[in-house]
Unconditional design. Structure first.
Length: 251
């Protein structure tokens, strides 16, 4: 089974529905009070974690402190893909997900400002027939007007992004990089590059994800989405932790 299908079962919003459905089932079995507590607790949990105040706070706990970049700390820019979409009629095929577009926009801005070479990393985990990095390269060069020097095309996850990218970078004599990803992803991505001998300067985007309005205590789609990002990232860290315990320096 494709990992994304399995992840959907244990990530929001579906995972938040399990206690509600369980409570309804328990009530149907005649245990009304217990079922009501389970279902009510599930609804309350769904409400709380879908509020921008709570989900934004949780997401910010994953972010390294923001540090202004000077332009002389590294020799290349590495942009990590956040996925593609298989069919977009208006683009005639595979297109970039919005998170990927946010990352490459920031990477392009850095490249234009400091004239640093770019490596983009991303294989084809969705089996769409084209590596994500190739789609990113096309967009950066044809739409942003920024050249891409290297593409990493074989990875399916962050760990493989690092393993394959470092081989390319070291062959080019690059040992210091700006790593472009969403701020909440950096604390998982940075160690993957550092353990392979790279000096990594965080170049995160999305530091304003936790900004809330006066309705921050009301559930919202953006609040639920931020909670999804938090859970997805936490699950990824737990998975890598388990891999490293089973097989040190595992892939």
């Amino acid at each position: 089974m494709y990992w994304g299908s399995f992840a959907d079962l244990i990530l929001p919003p579906l995972v938040l529905l399990w206690p509600i459905l369980w409570g309804i089932k328990v009530m149907a079995q005649g245990k009304v009070r217990l079922g009501a507590w389970l279902a009510g607790g599930g609804v309350a949990l769904f409400w709380v974690v879908s509020t921008p105040v709570v989900s934004g706070f949780l997401l910010h706990q994953l972010m390294p402190p923001y540090q202004p970049l000077q332009g002389n700390e590294a020799d290349a820019i590495v942009i990590l893909s956040a996925g593609t979409v298989q069919k977009r009629a208006e683009y005639g095929g595979v297109a970039l997900k919005s998170l990927t577009l946010e990352r490459i926009r920031y990477g392009a801005w850095l490249a234009r400002r400091w004239n640093k070479p770019i490596l983009v990393a991303g294989g084809d985990p969705g089996r769409f027939g084209v590596p994500e990095s190739q789609v990113i390269k096309n967009v950066l060069e044809n739409e942003f007007g920024v050249p891409v020097r290297w593409i990493e095309t074989r990875s399916n996850n962050t760990r493989e992004n690092a393993m394959n990218s470092v081989l390319i970078l070291k062959a080019a004599g690059i040992h210091r990089i700006y790593l472009v990803s969403h701020a909440w992803h950096l604390n998982r991505a940075i160690p993957e590059f550092e353990r392979l001998g790279m000096t990594v300067i965080p170049a995160g985007t999305g530091y304003d994800e936790g900004t809330v309005s006066g309705f921050g205590f009301l559930p919202s789609a953006s609040g639920l989405q931020n909670f999804y990002y938090f859970c997805h990232e936490l699950l990824g860290r737990i998975w890598y932790f388990c891999l490293d315990r089973i097989k040190p320096n595992g892939s």
